[in-house]
Write a protein that binds this ligand. Structure first.
Ligand code: PMP
Length: 467
């Protein structure tokens, strides 16, 4: 990206305005008193440019697994423009043309599901499920079954109830007290199965045993008090963790046995990120009652999230229609913006027409095996995990003891990669004893040449930081 002098002067002003007035997400601001923030000015395809004109290959899709179809998609911008000139907004108690058409298209990709509730963010989409579960508990179970189970290391959002369902510890410290009746179940991470006392098991046997731990919690709490179980198909921020074989069938069995609704949080995995299928849960034989999604729905071109339910759940809110309290008494103002479903429809068309589910699976395999190759050279990579273009490489200072590297070292790898022009992320880093996992999740359009750049840059960064 070339910048002329007037652009440069404007951008100098932007940096000053940012430093004076922006409270950035997830950032300690003290260092910004003596340095400049990174301001991303432009993006095209897999690449973005900052205020200094420096180019980056974005291997983490907008920082947090979001821009699935890449930057600069004119067809999305045009579709949103046209829709905004027709009608930008009306509260979603009325319908909209793109709202109905996107819901129809989305549900066609989700056999067994039926209804779409529009909101703005992943946290909010999950909050809607929690409210639905609580209302069902009051309507159907005399105020029992209000408890919602969530898993250690999973994350479901930043709002206070979503945080109460938060298993990613560093997000929770200092924000309590939390909402009642959210109960934690153990993680299912085979690499750290020693934490569960299950070292003696592996593969499907381990998966089944990890799911059995959920049943133990249900029995301890009382099955008649538990309304729902909320899980990520592949855990994202908690360390990129795919449950092993054996886990999901047992989870499904347990939910059926105790009449517990299954909520799958697809905020990261949804809309193609795990390859081959539209959703992470579709790799396994899972029949959810709720599916929530956000980031990839419109690839960040508009703010949109969806809470999708089965018809069984929807029907529960239609009985006693004469009772003025007996419906889902909830609204999300901007769930009525038409930009969201318009961008989402075009996003889905692009993924279909460009065969991006297939590219994601193919390139994901290549990136994963290249990371495994790097692990042979760099003992600091203790484990390579993930599915499709949703991959993690856990860093350890001792492979046998699986001791995490320091947060500082993990950050140095990320900073060194950025200095060399490749953006990656690192998860789960700021609670002592928790591990550091490098996160690689490029847009679904990535090519083999770009994978080579990511791997050679990571190779050099690991050598620089750890030797
Ligand atoms: N669920 C998962 C699995 C997430 O990773 C996130 C965000 N990282 C959320 C929910 C919350 O989404 P949002 O930030 O859009 O509220």
């Amino acid at each position: 990206m070339m910048q002329d002098m007037s652009t440069r002067n404007d951008l100098n002003h932007v940096v000053e305005a940012d430093k004076a007035h922006i409270w950035h997400h997830l950032l300690q601001h003290k260092p910004l008193e003596t340095s400049d923030p990174r301001i991303i000015v432009e993006g095209k395809g897999m690449r973005v440019w900052d205020q200094n004109g420096k180019e980056f290959l974005d291997a983490v899709s907008g920082g947090v697994w979001t821009v699935n179809v890449g930057y600069g998609r004119e067809s999305i911008a045009k579709a949103v423009y046209d829709q905004m000139m027709k009608i930008c907004y009306f509260a979603n108690s009325a319908g909209s043309v793109p709202g109905a058409l996107y819901a129809e298209k989305l549900i066609s990709k989700m056999p067994g599901m039926s209804r779409v509730y529009y909101t703005n963010s992943g946290s909010e989409a999950n909050e809607k499920v929690f409210k639905m579960v609580r209302q069902i508990a009051h309507k159907k179970y005399g105020g029992k079954k209000t408890k919602i189970l969530y898993r250690d290391r999973d994350y479901h959002g930043s709002t206070l109830a979503a945080l109460s369902a938060g298993g990613q510890d560093e997000r929770n410290v200092q924000y309590g007290p939390f909402a009642p009746d959210f109960v934690r179940v153990p993680h299912c991470m085979e690499y750290r199965k020693h934490e569960l006392g299950l070292d003696h098991l592996s593969g499907a046997e381990f998966g089944r045993a990890a799911a059995d731990l959920i049943e133990e919690v249900i029995l301890r709490e009382g099955p008649d008090t538990v309304g729902a179980l909320c899980l990520e198909p592949v855990t994202a921020g908690g360390g990129v963790i795919e449950p092993p074989a054996g886990y999901w069938p047992r989870v499904q069995e347990i939910c059926a046995k105790y009449d517990i609704l299954l909520h799958i949080d697809e905020v990261v995995c949804g809309i193609g990120r795990t390859g081959t299928h539209w959703f992470g849960y579709q790799h396994y034989d899972i029949k959810p009652d709720f599916v929530t999604m956000a980031k990839g729905v419109a690839s960040g071109y508009a703010a949109i999230a969806c809470t999708v339910t089965s018809e069984r759940v929807f029907e529960m809110f239609k009985d006693n229609a004469d009772d003025p309290l007996n419906y889902f008494r909830d609204i999300s103002t901007f769930g009525g913006c038409t930009a969201g479903p318009t961008a989402a429809l075009e996003n889905m068309r692009i993924i279909e027409d460009e065969n991006l589910l297939e590219n994601c699976a193919e390139m994901g395999e290549k990136l994963k095996s290249a990371l495994q190759g790097l692990a042979e050279k760099h003992p600091v990579i203790g484990d390579v995990r993930g599915k499709g273009l949703f991959l993690g490489a856990e860093l350890v200072s001792d492979r046998t003891a699986k001791t995490p590297v320091s947060e500082k070292q993990a950050q140095q790898v990320v900073a060194e990669m950025a200095a060399q022009g490749v953006l990656i992320g690192v998860t789960n880093r700021s609670v002592p004893g928790k591990n550091n996992t490098l996160c690689l999740s490029p847009a679904l359009i990535i090519t083999e040449e770009e994978i080579d750049i990511i791997i050679s840059t990571l190779d050099a960064a690991l050598t620089k930081v750890f030797s």
